[in-house]
Ligand binder design. Structure first.
Ligand SMILES: [Zn+2]
Length: 230
């Protein structure tokens, strides 16, 4: 797409009070999106310093899903091979993309670009979305609290819902939560158990570590709650 076309798309969204989210892997698409005033860039594996600087200047949100997406394809290679353009060359390209994505992520962190949390993951990765935290912290060197903020308050801000979700507050109630257990055995069970709102969130929060129905939920695990105003 030309700059004029991206300007038209994002400009129309802005004039209607909407956000515009752009999936761009390389610097050309991301640059056009940033200059057009789009809200956020997804992927962005191969962004140059110039584009990252532009994003910092424009306050563009960045969802650098560099971990689970590629690792999931590679882990499930046998299941994807032969479908569409999933071939040996494609998998080689993805493998080579992993260190490039990590490098871009680190350069974005250095510029304090407003990062949100996402995976863009498809078949094989759904229900494991929290593993992106592991890639970010272990491979990308992101401080754990920064990773949590990117998935909660900053994510809420990026969709203009910061007054309703994404922050712990006594008048708010939890709508869902995600456990990140060291052992992966109970992740889905724990997640679904909390999908329904509880009557007293603060009491529930205090009880969280003791009332676990799974044996490996405890202080070693990380809990992420999504909240919404009552
Ligand atoms: Zn995408």
């Amino acid at each position: 797409m030309t700059q004029a076309q991206v300007d038209a798309a994002c400009g129309e969204a802005t004039s209607l009070g909407k956000r515009a989210i752009v999936h761009a892997q390389g610097p050309e698409g991301a640059r056009a999106a940033v200059l057009a005033g789009c809200t956020s860039v997804e992927h962005g594996y191969r962004l140059t310093d110039e584009v990252l600087d532009l994003m910092a200047q424009h306050g563009t949100y960045y969802d650098p899903n560099f971990g689970l997406l590629l690792h999931n394809y590679i882990e499930n290679k046998e299941k994807f091979l032969g479908i569409g353009n999933f071939n040996e060359e494609g998998f080689e390209y993805m493998q080579k993309g992993i260190p490039i994505g990590i490098d871009t992520f680190k350069r974005a962190m250095n510029r304090k670009i407003k990062m949100v949390f996402g995976t863009d993951v498809g078949a094989g990765g759904l229900g494991r979305n929290f593993e992106e935290f592991i890639y970010r912290i272990r491979d990308g060197g992101q401080p754990p609290m920064e990773a949590i903020i990117s998935a909660t308050s900053r994510a809420a801000e990026s969709i203009r819902m910061q007054d309703k979700i994404g922050t712990l507050a006594p008048v708010w109630k939890p709508t869902s939560c995600v456990w990140i257990p060291r052992s992966r055995s109970c992740r889905n069970d724990c997640f679904h158990r909390w999908l329904t709102a509880v009557p007293d969130p603060i009491d529930e929060l205090l009880k969280v570590s003791s009332e676990a129905s799974c044996s490996d939920v405890g202080t070693e695990n990380l809990l992420i709650l999504r909240f919404i105003a009552r």
